[in-house]
Design a protein around this ligand. Structure first.
Ligand code: IPT
Length: 970
């Protein structure tokens, strides 16, 4: 006994799919407050009765407005896999709304349009059922003209969360039912459909325009080009400015028929596969891309147009040039904005059957001809809706749905309907229906092989294998940005830029999907409702925090993919890495700094640089060593010369920094006659007070402290945790007991003017450990600490620790008074950085509070490390405190909770400030990698278990102003 929501019919009563158009005809938005009734199971009776209604915001999801709850799964279906059946517990929302038909509403009919309803619905107008639809992220239109009456009208919509369509909608995201996009009543369209074909000939600089229109008696006007043409007529334009993501030139056009005018914006561009590469307007593209889900922490996928614009502005500001609409067609307004602001778009169909992986892909709809109509309907509705967007250059058939015959049906229809775009599908390993070879999270060595077309044979059929080998490669997803990460962006970029076959990639993913439920202050993710089947925090894997704060990963990406590369100092060279645009829109500013303080600045004269070219420019400062100066750095920045729609003049697009030869650091003055003999059980020297028996530092320049003590542990990041098992360094680290180290002091002795504390640090229950010595020496007005670490025992090869080849960190931890809430430093900044995610850190002077020092990841984990710190001052509000110097550098972390607190916390609200500021002074930390879904940190960025020594110097800091500013400027 199947019902309409379980059959394999895409919908009933729906109008033929057509383009999304801006029309002059009257329309009435039905967004707003609707009456609402929630049913845990689908009711059998039609919507009826005026009683018992609550209220709900439309567009919206009822699970975010107090009814039922949202569910997050990654791949698992949250119901039994028994296609096409839905469970009895099929949450259903009845929606109802009265509206007044305006007096002047035309009498020639009307269309009711839904931009997106998740996942299946039935609709009534004035009590008469007019149809049903599936396909959550696609529009559906119904004729309603004859049912409307003057004055008040009633529309009722029953929405079921689960339907046969749900089997095609297993994207890695929250399951969010409801009418989540606009509902509009349209006067009957007179211009039914428009299909713009606008090509650009890069050889002649001319364009070709043909606009197919239903009805055929329409007129098409392009005033700017002085054109008037008939539907289907092809005209050549001798000279036209092309559209590209870099220069998104649009021409306004009007299509008129029967008194209706429809506005379309034309972008002239030609997409072609040439010599195994994707080209637009004759040039191969390179995607600096991101995968974007629609997400708003309070509104779910009911994102506002302002939010869409914000997303795109942020993408442009962070040097992204492409977006894959993972994994469904976005709200149509989003694509309009892509046309306007300039982004290459892979528009992806609303198809993912990922959960069929559990029955080993048995029953996968993608390979079942009975499902072909449901799938083709989705492809058609996407292509028809979005076909006029110049930004859309590639249609994606689906995500993660294995292989299947139905993709052949989709591809065939699409190629016929729209030969002007390329097709993409990653997961069918034959790539038969794709114009691209593509993988996800590919390790670097394999990427290299693909770049050189020397990858392994992967398809049995030699013809398909040869075809695949001839295809360009695009990384559909890479650099999983879960929690703290991704690491390794530079490594990816280097390989992708080296080989023409690699046409770039799309980072996974744009934004964390943390949700804020009504009244809550902390973001939820899978498992927060005690549910059994969930995807935990795998949806908290974006380049932005849920509130759209760019995470350090996004800042790193911005730097790594910058479209202009500046190298130097000799020769100082500007490389234009763009495909079409010159650098005329940029100003190049330079600044010379000594010890982080500006000593000279200016503007570079940069001659015109064509896309793909480079120019050398003269160095504005002396490059010879200046022995009278301290640490000298030159920074060159490329900034917008004038306002752009996505950023104001002065916005920084690219930068580089290089050291200039400077004087070697002065040899520190050693302390002379300090007494190291204990008095009253204490040793007091060099500003430190030690407990003579334990060798513990008790006070530093009068400030009570705990530590410093060796620390090898960090609160594992999502990428440390990996996917458990083999690819998890955190599993290795825990097996080696790094999360439960015990400290023992063996001797406290005076040797050669040093107070030496020797001991061992090791986990209980295991034989491995490290020998450690802390050597303290008075140094002028400071106290110097040298730590020697020697691993001993079986770090690799024992039964319990088959392999612990790395440490999370190597450094010391200390606790300072809570009043030390300010941090100033000279080193990498302003944000956090790690060995394999440090491109965005530039050498300079920075200051912030300890609270601002944190990166508030939704799931607390190690964060906030500043890299290459030369010195740091931790002070109280009056500027009094402690200064620490590296030899030459250290990595700094400061927080109001311990690493263990951070490790235990599951949400931000689990972290409460303690009575101390905890400071980690590290020689190094392990890289981040992206093993939560992808490769771990490379060997180069691994902190290997090995014998090591590092030195730190502590000084009193009196807030007496800026003692470190160099007194002599050149
Ligand atoms: C890949 C999915 O396409 C994407 O939706 C997301 O789940 C991502 O992984 C991880 O966050 S699929 C994976 C099996 C590579």
């Amino acid at each position: 006994m199947t019902s309409y929501f379980e059959d394999l019919v895409p919908g009933t009563g729906m109008r033929t799919p057509r383009a999304w158009l801006r029309s002059s005809r009257p329309k009435l938005s039905l967004n707003g407050r609707w009456q609402f009734k929630f049913w845990p199971e689908a009711p059998v009776d039609p919507i009826a009765g005026d009683d018992g209604w609550d209220e709900l915001e439309v567009p919206g999801h009822w699970v975010l407005q107090g009814y039922d709850r949202p569910r997050y799964t990654n791949t698992a279906f949250p119901f039994p896999i028994d296609p096409p059946r839905a469970p009895d517990a099929n949450p259903t929302g009845d929606h109802r709304r009265w509206f007044d038909l305006p007096d002047d509403w035309p009498r020639d009919g009307a269309v009711l349009r839904f931009e997106g309803v998740d996942s299946c619905f039935k609709v009534w107008v004035n009590g008469v059922e007019i149809g049903t639809a599936k396909g959550s992220r696609l529009p559906s239109e119904f004729e309603v003209g004859s049912l409307l009456r003057p004055g008040r009208n009633l529309i009722a919509v029953r929405v079921h969360q689960w339907s046969s369509g749900s089997y095609l909608e297993d994207q890695d995201m929250w399951w969010l039912p409801g009418i989540f996009r606009d509902v509009t009543l349209l006067a009957r369209p007179l211009v039914e459909d428009v299909f713009v074909h606008a090509d650009y000939d890069h050889v002649t600089g001319g364009g070709t325009l043909r606009v197919d229109v239903d009805p055929s008696y329409a007129r098409i006007l392009v005033p700017e080009l002085g054109l008037e043409l008939a539907p289907g007529e092809t005209v050549s334009i001798p000279s036209v400015e092309p559209w590209s993501a870099e220069i998104p030139r649009l021409y306004d056009a009007h299509v008129e028929a029967g008194g209706e005018t429809v506005e379309v914006r034309i972008g002239f561009r030609t997409v072609a596969m040439v010599d195994g590469l994707l080209t637009v307007n004759g040039r191969p593209l390179f995607f600096r891309g991101v995968n974007r889900h629609e997400h708003d922490p309070r509104r779910g996928r009911a994102v506002s147009v302002e939010t869409m614009r914000q997303d795109l502005v942020l993408m442009k500001q962070h040097n992204l040039n492409a977006v894959r609409t993972a994994h469904y067609p976005p709200h149509p307004a989003f694509l309009d904005l892509c046309d306007e602001l300039g982004l290459w778009v892979i528009d992806e169909c609303d198809i993912e059957t990922h959960g069929f992986i559990y029955p080993d892909w048995r029953g996968n709809p993608a390979d079942d001809p009975d499902w072909a109509p449901m799938m083709l309907d989705r492809m058609r509705r996407m292509v028809e809706r979005d076909k006029n967007h110049p930004s859309v250059i590639i249609w994606s058939l689906a995500n993660e749905s294995h292989r299947g015959r139905n993709f052949g049906v989709l591809a065939e229809w699409t190629r016929e309907r729209d030969p002007g775009r390329a097709l993409f599908y990653e997961r069918d390993r034959s790539y038969e229906f794709s114009d691209f070879y593509s993988l996800m999270y590919t390790p670097l060595d394999e990427l290299e092989r693909i770049g050189t077309r020397t990858e392994d044979v992967s398809i049995d059929d030699p013809a398909l294998e040869a075809r695949r080998r001839g295809l360009p490669f695009v990384l559909a997803e890479y650099a999983h940005a879960m929690g703290n990460g991704p690491g390794g962006l530079t490594d990816y970029q280097r390989v992708m830029e080296r080989y023409p076959r690699l046409q770039g990639g799309f980072v996974w993913e744009w934004i964390d999907h943390g949700l804020l439920l009504p009244g809550a202050t902390d973001y939820v993710y899978g498992g927060d409702f005690g549910e059994r089947v969930h995807g935990a925090n795998f949806c908290i894997d974006g380049l932005m925090l849920p509130d759209r704060t760019p995470s350090p990963g996004l800042l790193e990406l911005k730097k790594v993919i910058e479209p202009v590369r500046i190298t130097g100092p000799e020769p100082l060279t500007i490389h234009n890495l763009q495909t079409f645009a010159t650098l005329d829109h940029l100003d190049f500013l330079w600044v010379e700094e000594v010890d982080g303080v500006e000593v000279a600045a200016g503007r570079l004269e940069v001659p015109a640089v064509e896309a793909g070219a480079a120019v050398e420019v003269g160095m504005p400062v002396q490059v010879e060593a200046r022995p009278d100066l301290g640490e000298r750095w030159m920074t060159v920045r490329a900034v917008l010369a004038k306002d752009e729609p996505w950023a104001a003049a002065g916005h920084e697009v690219a930068w580089t920094q290089f050291p200039l030869p400077s004087a070697p650091a002065e040899e520190p003055v050693k302390g002379g006659d300090e007494r190291l003999r204990p008095v009253d059980g204490k040793v007091v020297f060099g500003g430190g007070e030690f407990d003579a028996r334990s060798g513990r530092l008790v006070r530093l320049f009068g400030v009570p402290v705990k530590g410093p003590r060796l620390d090898l542990w960090r609160a594992p990041t999502d990428n440390d945790n990996g996917q458990g098992g083999n690819n998890s360094v955190a599993v290795e680290w825990r097996a080696a007991g790094l999360d439960r180290l015990e400290h023992r002091v063996d001797e406290v002795v005076v040797e050669d003017q040093e107070l030496v504390v020797r001991g061992r640090v090791a986990p209980n229950g295991l034989g491995l450990g490290v020998r450690v010595s802390y050597r303290w020496r008075a140094l002028g007005d400071g106290l110097q600490l040298t730590v020697d670490v020697v691993p001993e025992g079986e770090w690799e090869g024992s039964a319990i620790t088959p392999r612990c080849g790395s440490w999370p960190r190597l450094g010391v931890r200390m606790a300072l008074p809570a009043s030390f809430g300010k941090v100033r430093w000279f080193g990498g900044g302003p944000g956090e950085a790690y060995a394999d995610s440090r491109e965005a850190a530039r050498v300079g002077r920075y200051e912030c509070t300890v609270d601002e020092f944190q990166t508030p990841y939704v799931v607390p984990q190690e964060n906030g490390s500043r890299i290459d710190v030369r010195w740091a001052e931790l002070t109280d509000a009056d500027g009094n405190g402690l200064r620490v110097e590296g030899a030459p550098y250290f990595q700094l972390t400061a927080r109001r909770w311990t690493t263990e607190d951070l490790e235990r916390a599951r949400h931000r609200s689990d972290l409460t400030p303690r009575e101390h500021v905890f400071v980690n002074l590290d020689l190094a930390q392990n890289g981040l990698g992206s093993a939560s879904c992808g490769p771990a940190a490379t060997a180069q960025h691994t902190l290997e278990v090995a014998e090591r020594t590092f030195t730190l110097t502590f000084r009193e800091f009196g807030g007496q102003g800026d003692a470190a500013v160099p007194s002599s400027a050149p």
